[in-house]
Design a protein around this ligand. Sequence first.
Ligand code: ADP
Length: 394
Amino acid sequence: MTAGRAGGGSEGELAAREAAELAARSALPGAVGRAGRPAGGLGGVDSGPAADGLARPDAGDEERVVEAALRPRRLDEFVGQERVREQVSLVLESARRRGRPPDHVLLSGAPGLGKTSLAMIIAAELGTGIRITSGPALERAGDLAALVSSLSAGEVLFIDEIHRIARPAEELLYVAMEDFRVDVIVGKGPGSTAIPLEVEPFTLVGATTRSGLLTGPLRDRFGFTAHMEPYTPAELERVLTRSAGLLGVDLRPDAATEVAGRSRGTPRIANRLLRRVRDYAEVRGDGVVDRAVAQAALKVYDVDELGLDRLDREVLDALVRRFGGGPVGLSTLAVAVSEEPETVEEVAEPFLVRSGLVVRTPRGRMATPAAWRHLGLKPPGPVDVLPLDLGDAG
Ligand code: ADP
């Protein structure tokens, strides 16, 4: 499994693959678009704290282009999320029978679980167009008024990161959602008037990674809320097998299992790891991805058996080795790994907590016995450094 191609085997070639994908960035677009045409401005506008790890949750601009090719197009191609799929299909079926656009739909869940894909599927299943934008792109009510009033009847409006919509735009959205009307304000101050403008009935699909940040009035205007959970390894294997087929990658079942187990319950990460193991297999081998190739590739890319990347491990390492397992405050921990506190909190911590490696306590972050073991260390015996709710603390 050494270099199989002329000039192959260099890290440089892997980097060249990355560069080719980056070149796709130039295909990226403006802020609001119809599906099928260049459409951007979501996520890429502001995808939160910087992190370069393979396991970072958000897609960069260039990745969105690559992802477009892998998106499931219809509900029956959408892997997993059985409950959500059933709920969505009922909402769609009943709308079809009534001959009216379905209720507004709110999709909540971590980045990369398929919210954008599902919004596009909803439009495809209804046979209508979709317009895509994001909360941070809607700063002024006027932006939203222009967008909503240009929708054609039955169209889907997808607003990603809807909890980040500016207040004046949000208020306009209430009326648009409820009465299919926008009030256009003409003039300023006491002399200003609101001119009501009818808009075509549409379906809003809102997506949020932080449903707790949504205001009550906005949440109440959605007829249906679906919460998306992390995928099981078996579901991720199906995502990987499907993507490998689309990308023409010879992914063996044992490799699919290996990659699925390191994908942190997230299809976006699974697809990302798949592209990286494909690169490795093409540059260093004969293109076939079996378990050994997948393991070797993921070692090069610093993704361990649990799916932790470099930053996650640095955080865990600092917590355990430098602070004796904690408790330690977020900012102290961030300084120890030379990152911003938000990066540690929003990029590394959620998965560390979800994996049961770190717990948040009122006194700070603490490593669990599983964290010590993951680093190949013996957990400290005394119970007093461990939170009370850990069953295996002794
Ligand atoms: P989100 O909007 O929640 O961040 P996306 O819909 O952009 O997530 O999904 C990221 C990528 O993951 C998509 O390109 C798609 O290929 C893949 N994906 C997500 N959910 C599924 C699924 N249920 N089945 C197959 N692929 C999926």
